[in-house]
Design a protein around this ligand. Sequence first.
Ligand code: PEP
Ligand code: MN
Length: 339
Amino acid sequence: MEPIWIAGPCAAESREQVLETAAQLVEEARSASVRLHFFRAGAWKVRSAPDSFTGAGEEALPWLEEVQRTWNLPVCVEVMNAHQLENCAKHGIRAVWVGARTAVNPIEVQQIADAIRHSDFTVMVKNPMIPDLKLWMGNLERFLQADIRQVMAVHRGFPDATENIYRNAPMWQIPIELKVRMPELPILCDPSHLCGQVRWIPEVAQIAMNYGFNGLMTECHCRPEQALSDAEQQMTPSDWAQMVSHLDLRTDAPDLSLIKQRAKLENIDNQISELLYQRMMVADEIADIKRANHIAVVQPQQWQQVVKHYLKHPEDTVYQDFINKFLELLHQASIERQR
Ligand code: PEP
Ligand code: MN
């Protein structure tokens, strides 16, 4: 299956910005010999803060219609309800996606599915904000049962307080489990919302390709630094084309049983590395408090409390030996930092 590339701005901000971004994407894709399958843009934006830019709304739809007409390039838009979907259809937009926030509400998702039953729509369903595979699959099934032309899943990661490099935790094992359970369904990765910053996007995009994802949905803006939403995660069309044309694409079907276990390990390693670093940061804060209060750095009783948390599998003596060595290192490193 040829990979599916989707790119375009987080939000349609103005006619000029939409057309300029589309023109650059088309040109960059052509010179890199990459096929751009859909132009993406949000017309309605769900934002956390009440005074943030909420998108141009319906006004953006004619701009997007113009992109389709000018370059014969299908456009996809996020819809949150059946009314928005009908507006898209009125403007000839036949591809939509359900965002991560809407995806937590099966009633709204069902209403959208009912509004496009038996049509030639393409629908992409992002993973919900919560790491609940059943909910994601249920949403996908709602569209599959609605008998529309094409349904795809989009993995954009999951908000998680322990993640501090990426905007969202990848939890790769969840989309891979989806691939195991729904092998016919194309799964794309949205590295933009997953990473939150352009610098991580190429490596995450490559990981997705290694896992056998079927394409990418990437945010691109003609002037990312001036973007009204998600400025830090939008690539220039030229960087996007460079990235896509340099991805190492696998030609074989991945062995899902193996990559599923690898994805679990990757998720665990991500958490261990994040947590270890966070632990050191807290130790530094404790050092400041100790210094201010003239308390000794080494507190043996306190360390005994810490050790208790690591003695939960006494039956596995090989593991326990390893943990004892690890704790020694951890304690040493913590003391050195505090000093
Ligand atoms: C988006 O793609 O513009 C978007 C808002 O994504 P998500 O629903 O994944 O946050
Ligand atoms: Mn965005």
